[in-house]
Structures are given as structure tokens and as C-alpha cells.
Design a protein around this ligand. Sequence first.
Ligand code: AMP
Length: 284
Amino acid sequence: MRVVRAKAELRAALAEPRRRGERIGLVPTMGSLHEGHLSLIRRARRSCDLVVVSLFVNPAQFGPGEDLEAYPRDEQRDVRLAEAEGVDLLWAPEPDEVYPDGFATAVEVDERLTGVLEGEPDRRGPSHFRGVTTVVAKMFNCAQPDVAFFGQKDAQQAVVIRRMAADLDFPVEIEVLPTVREPDGLAMSSRNAYLDPAERERALALSRALGAAEAAAASGERSTDAIVAAAESELRNAGVDPEYVEARDASDLAPVAELNGRPVLVAVAARVGRARLIDNVVID
Ligand code: AMP
């Protein structure tokens, strides 16, 4: 595995494989790799000739009060894990390689997709997703992957990136893979590192709440208000006050009042201790 920093190095490393017609897969990450990331990397390894993993804690997607400084970083460990999975190129640029002096452009997806499911608008919402879509567009341009892999854990991000890629004609397939969980149900996240044992226990309420939503739907409930209420009650019982619990159309994030045969995303965000956690399920 080669670790590259500069865009020019990345492009040079990809030129020959691309000319040979190799299928290039990109897995964008912010590092601090866990089994969720590794599931994307393994899928990329199985389906591509050449696997690029990017490792970049993107300042543009953090809000003013967010955890940019505290975000867990351990490049040496990430290098070891990526190498063990057979990654070909680990692209770990410095922030000024991605955002050089004078950088003045953003890629922005409409608020119908980015201005929903937001508890605290100054933390998340459109400005967060502007940061995500801008950096992912740049990564698509730098690596020019045939396919890019994302996790369903960040369901809204996946919807937003699919939209961006389609709208801007990026010649890349977007593949979204299932959320990887701890044995007790907690969705894996780099931010789980912030949880102390008591908070870790309380954080289980998120996946339990989503389980309650699924159970309500499975027992015949069609009203999304009632399905959301089932989830909220689990959270309340655990003393977790959610930023949001919402049911929305899984492909365009439009509000849905009743299950209607189309997949419905039930998504939750909640702060537990220092960690802002998100999780979701799709009810078919
Ligand atoms: P991050 O490093 O948190 O920005 O995540 C990088 C990629 O890994 C994103 O596409 C995430 O959706 C995905 N990811 C993060 N956690 C998980 C998980 N528990 N299961 C599956 N994919 C995940």
C-alpha cells in the first residue's frame, strides 16, 4: 500500500491503472477506522481492481461548536488497518492541499435534501452538507473512481451524495452498504470513542428505539407519527433527549404520513455525553 498526500501524486499513481482499464474504487473516510469503514473497504476490494481509501478530517463539514479539534485521529493505526485489508492507495491529504489559499467554491445540494433531519441547524443541516458535497466532489475529481462506497449509517449523506453525483454528471457509481453494528446493536462510529461506560449503555437507546419503530411497523402500524412515537418512548425511558426522530421517504427524504409501500427511513440523532450520535433503519 502506498500512502499519498498530494493530489498530483494521487493522479500520477492512478494514471496507468486507469489507462489499463482497471476498475477504481474509492472509499472516503475521516479515518479512525472501524468495522463500518472496513466493510466498505472489503466490498471495494472484492469488486474493484484498485482500491483508494481517503483519510481526511474535513474541516468544512464541522460546525463552529463541533468536535473538529477533538475528532479522533490515529493515522498509523489507520495505515495498518487499511494495509491489512489490501488497500492499494491511502490518500491522506493535508487541509491546505484540499483547500489551498483562495479556495472559494462550494457544491451545494438543495435544502429539500440538506435542510431536513436537522436538530440543531448550526451544527448540521445545509452548511454541514455543503462541506461534505464540496469535499466529495473534489475527491471524485481527483481520484475519478468508477465506483465510490458509502455507509447507510449516514443515510442522509448517502441520499445527498447520490443526488449530487447524478445532478453534476459525475461518471461514478454510488454504492451504499448496510450499517455495521456492535454485537449489542450500537451503530459503529468513530465518535463512540467519546462515550464512557455509562454513556455507552445509554447510547444503546438509539438502536433500541429504531427496533421499536420497526416492531410497530411489523405489527401493522402504518402511521409514521405512531411509529416515531414508539421510538421516542424508548429514548425517553433511557433518558435520551433526541435532536430528532423522523420518518421520511428513504430516497428523496420527503415527509411521509403513512407507510405507503415505498421504503421509509426512520432516522434519529441524539447527543449522549459529548457524542452526537445518529442511526437509522429503513422500513420497507
Ligand atoms: P466517516 O469516517 O464517519 O466520515 O465515515 C466514512 C464512511 O464510512 C461513510 O460513508 C460512512 O457512512 C461509513 N460508515 C461509518 N460508520 C459506519 C457503519 N457503522 N456502518 C457502515 N458504514 C459506516
